[in-house]
Design a protein around this ligand. Structure first.
Ligand code: KDG
Ligand code: MG
Length: 412
């Protein structure tokens, strides 16, 4: 079975997505996600100009060989653009293989290890009362694990805080802090680490006081702290028993995690900006983290994330794949299929896509009992509507940029 066509589709139903559609000579179609938030067209060009010509005529079943051919053959390895492009190919080929087998993808990955994949939603609020509304809305919808982000007194806007986070599932305003910001230039936000460190523990104290001990709570520091600040935050949050504390320091300096680890027992998650097993080599072997955040979409696809998770399993490190709205429903479907099969699955991030996005992608996985479960359809279970996708052309959009009070650019 040979690859006959490969089409790169860029669509923007609420935000931008890059999709690869591979068609075989006997008409089987597979989809892969290669969306890289704010740099979408770089992946689209990498695919169209450099990868698609290599795919035509290849054996659609040779997934591992194609992965190695694209990874090693390019000479220029790793990096978010390359690995998102390889992810799109790998995911589309797994979709095809499972459709040909007539099985939902998780069956080819080893079969179900659990009934459903536990997910966490995003609650947020400018202040504690707003945050409580948002937590309550998530609990009513059935979430059992919730990420908590709040405004910080003195700061105008803070990463991860929506203007109406209590809006219902699928409402476009629920995650308006993480939007396709459709302006000519990136929005600019401000940041003050001391104010943040003073405020956050009181928020978790209030949330535990109101909602009790059962709900799993998570928090994302979004790479903004120094090692010693991160250690302080981890220690100060210990009484509130977090499921994890995410991205405490910038991901490039892996030594930083050693400092944090030596000072706190709060579990640590990192890796949404990592894109290969090599990024985890020391962090996992030295047991400096508890959860791997790499999503299939940014880390070379199902084959590659599976490699990371098999390595992580030796050290009791679990998965916690990135699942923001900028990973398309195809990337999320792939994560749920792999999550079903992995023994060391931990949790899946689930920012529910807007209605418009879901109409274009047609995902069939289902949310119930605080978790996601893939449908039993052969393949990934995606019904992509190309005609509808074409009605939503690309619009340039950037992630925000972050500055300290004196104007210095800070990590976002
Ligand atoms: O594109 C970047 C976002 O997906 C990221 O900022 C979201 O940190 C994030 C998260 O944990 O979902
Ligand atoms: Mg994050």
């Amino acid at each position: 079975m040979l690859i006959e066509r490969a089409d790169v589709i860029v669509t923007s139903p609420g935000r931008n997505f890059v999709t690869l559609k591979i068609t075989t000579d006997d008409g089987v179609v597979g989809y892969g996600d290669g969306t890289l938030n704010g740099r979408e067209l770089a992946v689209a060009s990498y695919l169209t100009d450099h990868v698609v010509p290599l795919l035509i005529g290849r054996d659609a079943h040779a997934i591992e060989d194609t992965w190695q051919y694209l990874y090693r053959g390019a000479y220029w390895r790793r990096g978010p653009v390359t690995m998102a492009a390889i992810a799109a190919v790998d995911t589309a080929l797994w979709d095809i293989k499972a459709k040909v087998a007539g099985l939902p993808l998780y069956q080819l990955l080893g079969g179900a290890s659990r009934e459903r994949c536990l997910v966490y939603g995003h609650a947020s609020g400018k202040d504690v009362p707003e945050l409580f509304d948002s937590v309550r809305a998530h609990l009513e919808e059935g979430f059992r694990a919730i990420r908590i982000q709040t405004g910080v007194p003195g700061l105008d806007s803070v990463y991860g805080v929506a203007s109406s986070a209590a809006a219902s599932i699928g409402d476009d305003t629920r995650y308006d802090y993480e939007p396709a910001r459709r302006s000519a230039l990136p929005a600019e936000e401000s940041w003050d680490t001391r104010a943040y460190l003073r405020h956050v523990p009181s928020v978790f104290e209030a949330v535990r006081g109101e909602f009790g001990e059962d709900v799993a709570l998570l928090h994302d520091a979004h790479h903004r702290l120094t090692p010693i600040q991160a250690a302080k935050l981890g220690k100060s949050l210990e009484p509130y028993d977090l499921f994890w504390l995410e991205d405490v320091t910038p991901a490039e300096n892996q030594e930083a995690l050693r400092w944090v680890r030596h000072h706190t027992t709060t579990p640590l998650a990192i890796g949404e900006v990592f894109n290969s097993v090599w990024d985890y080599q020391h962090l996992i072997r030295e047991q400096l983290i508890d959860y791997v955040r790499s999503p299939i979409t940014h880390a070379g696809g199902i084959s590659s994330v599976r490699r990371i998770m098999d390595y992580a399993a030796m050290y009791q490190v679990k998965s916690g794949m990135h699942g923001p709205t900028d990973v398309s429903p195809i990337g999320l479907a792939a994560a749920v299929h792999l999550g079903m099969a992995l023994h060391n699955f931990g949790i899946q991030e689930y920012m529910v896509h807007s209605e418009r996005t879901r109409e274009v992608f047609g995902p069939t996985h289902e949310f119930a009992g605080g978790g996601l479960r893939p449908s039993e359809e052969p393949g990934l279970g995606i019904h992509f509507d190309e005609a509808l996708a074409a009605e939503h052309p690309y619009e340039r959009a950037y992630l925000p940029v972050n500055r300290l009070p004196d104007g210095t650019v800070h990590d976002w």
